[in-house]
Design a protein around this ligand. Sequence first.
Ligand code: GLU
Ligand code: ZN
Length: 295
Amino acid sequence: MTASPYIGRFAPTPSGHLHFGSLVAALASYLDARANHGRWLMRMEDLDPPREEPGAQAAILHALESYGFEWDGELVRQSDRHDAYAKVLNDLFNHGLAYACTCSRKQLEPYHGIYPGLCRNAGHEQHDAAIRLRVPELEYHFTDRVQGEFRQHLGREVGDFIIRRRDGLYAYQLAVVLDDAWQGVTDIVRGADLLDSTPRQLYLQELLGLRQPRYLHVPLIVQPDGNKLGKSYRSPPLTTDQATPLLLRALRALGQQPGDELLHASPRELLDWGIAHWDAQLIPRTLTLAEAQLR
Ligand code: GLU
Ligand code: ZN
């Protein structure tokens, strides 16, 4: 695909166990990295301790290992990166690119998630306030390797967005951009639920002078009712005894075509087959896939 060395990553959030949708995303990023002779890094996105499920970090890593995944280098935890986030946040604030917002949830209710800029010029102090990044009145766009051209007008469709919450927790958008750059990630492969976060991340990269990675968003696995798999809907954890059938199903979800001779293969054999036969062009070009149709 390219001459520059490939660095990919998987970045789970420990708010619960991994489910089939997470397996599809992990598998796609792993196979794409290995098929390109790249490195594959692991980052625990533990930015939100109140929402973290006790034991989830260990359970996620154990599940990945029992499914045959091997990552390069040491696990990075976002909880160890607060100093780096703080430095950038203060720079943005001191340059007037970000500002403090004291609006209450109730005050913002009428605006349907698009911040109307109420505190833009208020000059609030950082203390006891959320910090928002000013967005330009511009459309950002990129070409996703699976989803194709994606565009979003930051001013009209997103508004000034939070980079640190009022309770002091750093926002995903800021942390993900800083960490991907710090870890040298060249290729981001993740679920399509993050497609509409990407323009915000492109803007942050531009602002901070960071290199833009390539993006590949795999279809999000959903319930028949269209809801994302996860906590709200009972989706079983990835158990070790199901590794072979679930990896086969995940390969098929990604459009790959493992034959019947692999029905009793070990997880490691399936991953090796997946690397040798990986064709990202076969990934369905849709935002969602219903889990029920994948059996
Ligand atoms: N931590 C995010 C999640 O679990 C993924 C972030 C990313 O891949 O950019 O949904
Ligand atoms: Zn405000």
